[in-house]
Write a new protein. Structure first.
Length: 324
C-alpha cells in the first residue's frame, strides 16, 4: 500500500438515540470535509496544510463541538483548544482558553510557524492572535441555541452533560440514569466530542490536527487532551494520530504517542497499534482515535458507542460511518 490517505473524526461517544436526520447531517459534513481534503491532496498540498484546511471547515460548521458550536463552560462562555503537528521534523503548535479566535486550529498553526514556542494559552494566546492578524469574533458567534439549552439542563442535573445534537425533550430524563465516573467523580452523561484530521500525503509525510470546545458545563480553565501533544494529537515519521473522547483518560494514557511508540519501538502495524492502545491504555475511560501511516494506511478504534469518522485513500477507498 502507498500513496496519500486521509481520515477525519467528529467525536467519539454518540448517543444511540441520535435522530436519523442528525446522523445524516453528520455524515454529510464528514463527506464534505473528506472531499475537501482529497482535492487538496490531489493538488499536491502538503499533509500539514491539508489537516489545517479540513479542521478549519469542521470548526466553521456548528454541527460538531469545535469552533462555532463549541460546548459552553459553567459560566456560559466558550473556551476552545486545538493543536497541530507536522510529522516532518515533529514540529507542533497548540492553544487553549481561546474565546475570540474564529479558527483555533489556524492559531495553533501560527504558534508552530511564527512563535518561538509550541503552546500558548488564554490571554497570551489571544494577544498573539491579534499580533498575527487572525480573524477575531465575539463570543456570541460560537454560542448556539442548542448549547444554551444543554447548559441549562446540565446545571439542573449538576453534571457535565453532553450530546448537544439530541433534541432537548429527549434528554430531560438523562440525569436520572446511573452515573458514570470521570476522574473518580460521578457525572450524569458523558458523550465526549472533538474534531480531528490526520493525513499522509503523496510524499509520505504525516500530519495531525485536533480541535474542541471541551465539555458542556466544564469548569472554567479546564484543559483536555486535544491541545496536548502526545495525548490528543501526535505525528512523526511513521504515523499521524488524532484522539477524541474522555480527555482525562486520554491524557493519562498518552494515547496518540503510544500508537507511534508501538510502531517505532515494537514494529507493530498501524491497526495493531491502534487496537492495543484502545484496549489496553484507557483503563475505565471511553475514547476513540483515527490514524494514518506513512505507507498510506488508515486505521481507527473506539471503545464507546459510536464515533463520527470518515476515511479515504489514493486507491479509491472511501468510507463514512458512525456506529461499530
Amino acid at each position: 500500500m502507498g500513496g496519500w490517505a486521509i481520515a477525519v473524526h467528529g467525536g467519539a461517544g454518540v448517543d444511540p438515540n441520535l435522530p436519523l436526520e442528525r446522523q445524516q447531517q453528520a455524515k454529510a459534513l464528514l463527506t464534505r470535509c473528506l472531499n475537501l481534503g482529497i482535492s487538496a491532496l490531489r493538488s499536491s498540498l502538503p499533509a500539514i496544510d491539508v489537516v489545517e484546511l479540513v479542521v478549519r471547515e469542521l470548526e466553521t460548521d456548528p454541527l460538531f463541538n469545535s469552533g462555532r458550536g463549541s460546548a459552553l463552560t459553567e459560566k456560559g462562555t466558550v473556551e476552545m483548544e486545538a493543536s497541530i503537528m507536522d510529522g516532518n521534523g515533529r514540529r507542533c503548535g497548540a492553544v487553549s482558553g481561546i474565546t475570540a479566535v474564529k479558527n483555533p486550529i489556524s492559531l495553533a498553526r501560527l504558534v508552530m510557524d511564527k512563535s518561538p514556542h509550541s503552546y500558548l494559552a488564554f490571554s497570551g494566546a489571544e494577544e498573539f492572535a491579534k499580533q498575527q492578524g487572525v480573524e477575531m469574533v465575539g463570543n456570541d458567534y460560537f454560542v448556539t441555541e442548542d448549547n444554551v439549552g444543554m447548559l441549562k439542563l446540565a446545571k439542573e442535573a449538576k453534571a457535565i452533560l453532553f450530546d448537544y445534537r439530541i433534541p432537548l425533550e429527549s434528554t430531560c430524563g438523562a440525569a436520572a440514569e446511573s452515573p458514570i465516573q470521570m476522574n473518580g467523580l460521578p457525572i450524569s452523561i458523558y458523550a465526549p466530542e472533538t474534531v480531528g484530521c490526520v493525513v499522509v500525503d503523496g510524499e509520505g509525510r504525516c500530519a495531525a490536527a485536533t480541535s474542541t470546545g471541551g465539555l458542556m458545563n466544564k469548569m472554567t480553565g479546564r484543559i483536555g487532551d486535544s491541545p496536548i501533544i502526545g495525548a490528543g494529537t501526535y505525528a512523526c515519521e511513521v504515523c499521524g494520530v488524532s484522539c477524541t473522547g474522555e480527555g482525562e483518560a486520554i491524557l493519562r494514557g498518552t494515547l496518540a504517542r503510544d500508537v507511534a511508540a508501538l510502531m517505532e519501538y515494537k514494529g507493530l502495524g498501524l491497526q495493531e497499534a491502534v487496537d492495543h492502545v484502545v484496549q489496553k491504555r484507557l483503563d475505565q475511560g471511553k475514547a476513540g482515535l483515527i490514524a494514518v501511516s506513512n505507507k498510506g494506511e488508515v486505521a481507527y478504534g473506539f471503545n464507546c458507542v459510536g464515533m463520527f469518522r470518515g476515511f479515504a485513500t489514493e486507491d479509491g477507498f472511501m468510507e463514512v460511518g458512525i456506529w461499530d
